[in-house]
Design a protein around this ligand. Sequence first.
Ligand code: UDP
Length: 244
Amino acid sequence: MRGSILIFPYMKYKRILLKLSGEALMGSKNSNIDPAVLEQYSEEIKAVKEQGVEVAIVIGGGNIFRGGQAEALGIDRVQGDYMGMLATVINAMALQSALERHGMYTRLMAGIKMEQVCEPFIRRRAIRHLEKGRIVIFGAGIGNPYFTTDSTASLRAIEIQAGVVLKGTRVDGVYDKDPEKFPDAVRYNQLTFQEAYQKKLNIMDMTAFTLCQENKLPIIVFDMNKKGNLLKIAKGEEAGTLIS
Ligand code: UDP
């Protein structure tokens, strides 16, 4: 039945917020968006959705434009941030299309009004979409400059009362140093917010991190490229680093 929600008892989370970076969409291709990544993400998300989990997604725009790049190009910073927000909408539309091709029902809600392509973000409506079994993608960040899509993920997760923020990356968790540079880097299975802060671990920007900490919203950093990982996490199995 369309939109029906049947939650399987072995799922740990009823509602999740998945944060995907824009850069990850580039995959191995030399273009902004690699269709193979969209394909793989859709399959991962579908596997979770089929278990009745309500899924909200925030996607970044770093593969297209980041506000931080603006000044070097002679572009005003605020203008650059809006360009970055628009970049997230491009990614969100690509992801929406891929999810729909895989048979999922979706809604794209944006922090900036763009009524020809998406709905404006209205919290109660977003929750209603989720309850009806639709995947909600939040585009255009929170709609304000000087923020990031990590902050958007934390804020939206709190607003829609998600049980967890799942930060999908290309590494399998949080390490004491960059595992791509240091082969002896050690991975943490679990951390408190306090430990992560004291160890200066770069999990999310401070605004995003503090929002989660103050609202007791756990974060799991995990490898989004590993098949079946998202489902494992939704079930509560260990795959990545839990910060709580
Ligand atoms: N951005 C913004 N406000 C927001 C969200 C994003 O100004 O609420 C801009 C900011 O310039 C950022 C860009 O959008 O650099 C793209 O987002 P982000 O860098 O978070 O993407 P990611 O690194 O996840 O790909």
